[in-house]
Design a protein around this ligand. Sequence first.
Ligand SMILES: [Zn+2]
Length: 193
Amino acid sequence: MGFRFVAIPGHRMVAHPQSLPSDERLEPELPPLHEAVERAFAGAEFRDVKAKDRLRALLKGDKPPNLGSPGSGFGPSALFAQPPQDLPALLRLADELESLARRDAGERALVWKCSECSARYAVPVALARSVSIRCERCGHPVELNPGRSLGEESLIDPFLGAVNSARHELAGFFREAMARGWPVLVSTEEIGS
Ligand SMILES: [Zn+2]
C-alpha cells in the first residue's frame, strides 16, 4: 500500500470528495518504492501503537477516511496527527525513525570470496559464525571463518538506503508540520488508478 503524507493548515482541511488545497502544503519527498516507505515505519511506534498498524487502521479500518484527497490517483485522507495534542507523539516518532536509520546504516558485514569463482558472500557481523558452505555458483567449499574474512563493510543495500532516506525525510516533515502547527494527513493510492 503506497502511503502519501501531506500537512496543510487546519482551517484549510476539506471533506471528501473535495480535494485538499495544493497551494499551501508540506509534503515529504518519499522514494517511489512503496515497500521502502512501509518498511521505514517498521519498528516505530506512535502513541504506543505500531506506526504501521495505526496507518492501516486509519486507512483500511471500519471507518473509512473522510477528508479530501491530496491529488488524482489517491483516495480520501485520514488525520494521522493533530497538533497540539499529537505533537509530543509525532516528535517521538520522528526521533525513532532517525534512530532506526542510524542503527541500520551502522550495520556491518563480514565479507568472503569463493576462491574458485570469486562469488562474494557477506554476513552481518552479529550473525557471523565459523561455518563451511558450498558456493552457490560453483559448488566449491567456502570457509566463512570470521578470523579470515576479507574485511568488514557496510551492509547497506540500495533498498535499505531508500528506506533510510524515507525515514529522514519523514522525520523532517513531521517536525516541520508540528513547528507550523499543521495537521498531518495520510492517504493511500486508489486501487485500479
Ligand atoms: Zn564459487
